[in-house]
Design a protein around this ligand. Sequence first.
Ligand SMILES: [Zn+2]
Length: 382
Amino acid sequence: MSFSSELKEDLLHMPPEKACDLRAELAALTQTSASLGFRGGGRITVTYRTENAALARRIFRMLRGLRLAPQLHFVEHARLGGRKTCVLTVEGDDASALLREMGMMEDTAEGPALRRTTPHVPVSRQCCRQAYLRGAFLGAGAITGPDRGYHMEWVCQDEAMAQTLRRTLEHSGIPGIVYQRRGRTVVCLKNAQHIADALALMGAARARMALEDIRIRRQTRGNINRANNCDEHNDQRMIDASERQVRDIVLISVERGLFTLPPELQQLAQARLEHPEMGLQQLGQQLTPPLSKSGVNSRMRRLTRVAEEVRQRLEKGGNARGTAEHSGGSAEGLADAGRAGDRLPGGEVPLPADDRPGRVAGERPLPAGAGVPGEDGGRAGD
Ligand SMILES: [Zn+2]
């Protein structure tokens, strides 16, 4: 099984816990995997298509969770070696109800009217962002195995989805790279730390561990080689200290995500991971602006304290996320946008071009569980 499939498998085992998250994930799946059909008499159907039967079941359950009755059938592709596409169709009043839930349809004096052709639901809360990212990855994501380099991507149906994704990632300090590939907009991450943070955000612990594991092995190897080659660094105490620091940083990274650290600690953590062979003074020169040895030392002690806190929480069996320091933007520059690793999906019928008439005044509040009105207004499909 590819690393992508394994990650999806894990995500498929995480049911959305709250109504707001169900809506956020379904919005992402609607963006990536659904098309609208227009019949006579203004009737609209919403059709989800996927070759992943487990994903079809998940969408089915989510629709049932909204008290809708989707119809499921299969289309077999004789030419593609009998591969099956699962097709879920929502029609009639259920389609209108679904489009209302997705913020695409509104009631007017003349009856319900389609306002947008792409979902528009709140994703400003952390829980909803996680759910949105999960849905978007299940519907349109791919990731390269960590042994083959670092690449994670979402192939978007339209620019609106790319922008929502980019903003959702950016909110957690993960700078996504947006570029065009064969007429599609792709959002990708090329930096190991950003990928690790995105996996943490989606709650994908296993994939994240696999990634960290390989990173540590690479770093340790680099560390030993460099230590052997260079007398100046051949100081066992320094190497021991560095290894302890790397372990602390990896622990924070795995349990909380480095994006939960203040920017100055993120930068130091990043530098330490990249340069395990350096002494504190030299490490300080890698920072912008450069920092003295004692400055680096005091920040390093703060990192150690955070790691200590994480360890204590884990020992108590609590949630390691607990009292994360505030989240800040990553100071790191963007890696270059390259080619895809194992890319997915293609083949889905895209929603028609976005012809929504701009933001509608006096938006209808969503039912209980939807995002808090007035919260910073991040919405899927903005
Ligand atoms: Zn939520």
